[in-house]
Design a protein around this ligand. Sequence first.
Ligand code: 2RA
Length: 331
Amino acid sequence: MGLTIGIVGGTGAVGRKIIEVMKERNTPIDRLRIFASEKSAGKRFVFEHEEIEIELLTESVMKESYDYLLFSAGGSVSAKFAPIAAEAGNIVIDNSSQWRMTEGIPLVVPEVNGHVLKGYRGIIANPNCSTIQMVMVLNPLHKEYRLERVVVSTYQAVSGSGYAAIEELKNQIENEDYPNKVYTRKIAGNCIPHIDVFHENGFTKEELKMVYETHKILEDDRMEINPTAVRVPVFYSHSESIYLEFEKVPSIESVRNILSNTKGIILEDEPPINQYPTPIEVANRDPVYVGRIRRDLFNPRGLSLWVVADNLRKGAATNAVQIMEAIENFK
Ligand code: 2RA
């Protein structure tokens, strides 16, 4: 028998991507329900040649029974409705940051810590996009060489801010007088070192997510992580330049071997033939791509690499669907 799945926030960039990914991966769906605010409720949506009416999100619909409810409607919606759905016995996979750091709520990248899902019911948090692609790479190397320090700079696509930001970049490319609405500065032709709000310590919330979510997923808060998150004029896929410093001296050859044998990672690292991943090539693909692996010039325990992943896929929708698949596999 197929699954009953509800998508809360099914009309947003991630909600739509979740539906697309489920279709591609042949998720056995018996009934798909889509919930949204008054603005979209009542509109129609075509899924597998059938029209589905988008339903209004209410407390009472969350109390009904689902195999999975996937939330991508922002923190305040998740704060209010996810506990109602979970108390009614449902499994909730939440894409917002609302529950990620709550004790007892698993924060999951299936390839890294999918084991925590065994026997679990309730709210499961999907990590932030920039964290997901980073921990995919950190995890297998940490296991082998123990990571002491990580210095990461992100180059994040505008789709991470939703449809309005995609439109803003498109419009600014065509018309240089188009005003900034989503960002504090013009994004076309620019780089903005500011994602989410600033914290008192000078880091942004996006940067702190990369620190604390990584500690939780890898179950190691000794790892020193120093992030800088930057928005760049790219539509899809986040890139990260990562410097890693280990306790043990890593051999570049074995790092390459470890990464190329890690599920979900693709190594594209042939500098002599200009082979390295870039956001345009990685967009609309599920794996995390790694290139430019090189030893630090001054510290044998340090190495640098370049990581690119589609932020709406592995960074959000695909990871959420993989969480659902991991739970199904435990049954
Ligand atoms: C961004 N990390 O790219 C966010 C989306 N979750 O802005």
